[in-house]
Write a new protein. Sequence first.
Length: 584
Amino acid sequence: MKESKVHVWDKIEIELQAKNDYTNPYCEVEVWVLLEGPDFSKKVYGFWDGGKIFKVRIAPMKAGKWSWCSGSNTDDQGLNGNKGSIAAVEWNEEEKRANPCRRGMIIAAENGRGFQYYDKTPYFMLGDTWWSAPTYRYPWHEDAVERPAGPDMGFKDMVLYRRRQGYNCIAMLAGHPTWTNDGLPPKIKMKDAFETSIRAAWMDMDSGSAKDMHNEGGRPFLFPGTVKGYENVVPDFDKINPEYFKYLDRKIDYLNEQGFTVFLEVIRRDVSQVWKRYCGWPDSYVRYIQYIFARYQANNCLYSPIHFDYIGNTILPREYNEPANMVVDKYGHPPFGTLLGTNSAPSTLCNFGGPEENRWLTFHQIGNWREHDHYWYLTEIFHSEPARPAINGEPYYPGFPDDNPATGSAEAELNCRSGMYGSFLSGGFGGYIYGIEGMWGSDIEKNAKYKMWEVLEYRSGALVYNLKRFVDRAGARYVELIPDSELITPNKSGRADGYKGWAYCAATAKRDMLLLYFEQECLQGTVRGLKPNAPYCIEWFNPVTGEWKADRRVTGTICADNMGRIILPEFPGEGDWGLYLEEL
């Protein structure tokens, strides 16, 4: 048994070659290794990768010796009884700074309120929405030539562009199995209103807005399907296409190499009604979730068993608990600590319930209810048990929907900042995922209103890193904050379905440190609930420039009155502002 040397958190691929023949290896065969290492002993599952090849991907979590022995649910000499070992060594601190993914998987902070790397370094998510990143719409260039923003740029160029802006996460869907309009008849007759609604949700063929979502390896599932009459519309969910995922592998690997975590959702909710009605639900769906989880368990990812962005053209949200619970009940939670959440409208807590209903969820999210009245769902999550990190995963998108301000307008930027700072101070201490029309929709068509390479350069995306500068003012203590907008009054002088006139606040339990944010058109406010007669440092934050500055009008400090109130001075200028208060 030959021993190889690797670094901690390197992705190690164990390849097994079957001796037997199988009609459908995806459905018939399960493979695994029994993995032993420092403070680790688990059965780690693998996946079929085409032909007679099966793979198990592992990531040594600590320095030391790791050993493995393979097994399967079949009597196959090629899959059973193979052995190996590796010696894992630590990265040094300089190497970790060069690529934070070397710090390990993203896990919950000790108090459950935010994220951290496995080595306990804080991780504040700054993500971008590239749902169709696995497809040809984000081109893969084999060379290392960096192309400027424009129609020739590829996936790597976009990653490097966002890296320079401080992003550390990309959100994507692993598969778009039914989104296509190539080679299909213009009209497919449906038997009833139910099926008509499914076609509209899946294909949008009448409107011509359906998109071809294959990559160089094809699509994630194979056509023709088995649903009679819809063989060219509904794929065969029992026939996975490993070639598609091999092209996704290289993109996820590249993101990790550049220090990005990947928020990977297995599929979009609009496949669920047909899948459940015709295609072996929940077992076939369980198989697909586990395939994705096993394939990317050694990559630095966050997982989602469903992209539930809208309550429409889908099964009821709690119906997804059944297959997701089945996955963790049978296979366990991902072996190297990958957290599970999902993009959810309005929130994971609202849609999927608490731990008594779901056993799979390990971080929370809100999304796709975009106005500031909906940030409250993060506050509801904050006060739920057990404590789990939470993010806003689909906040305001510039240019979406069509009646919103244009993507590059100052008003669109203001609305984005409402989503960033309002969500954080409402309890979204895990971070924020930005999105913009054109980019999230992977628009590359000549007639597209906003093209990917154009919107990539818009200032709203560049301003995302300023949220990190705002959070960093509290240092590592930001996960100690408690959202409480009632500490600032007035806090709601604008309409509920908007992005102006509201104020937000989060403070430590002793209220010796507070962060606040005021949307444009907020009124001059009073902070209450402070220590009576105590002096406080006061600093203003400009979310456009990312700069902090002391308020010279009050010589950098301000005192609470004998009832624990501070009447704030007028804002330093027009627009939206952040504020930091700390007891001296």
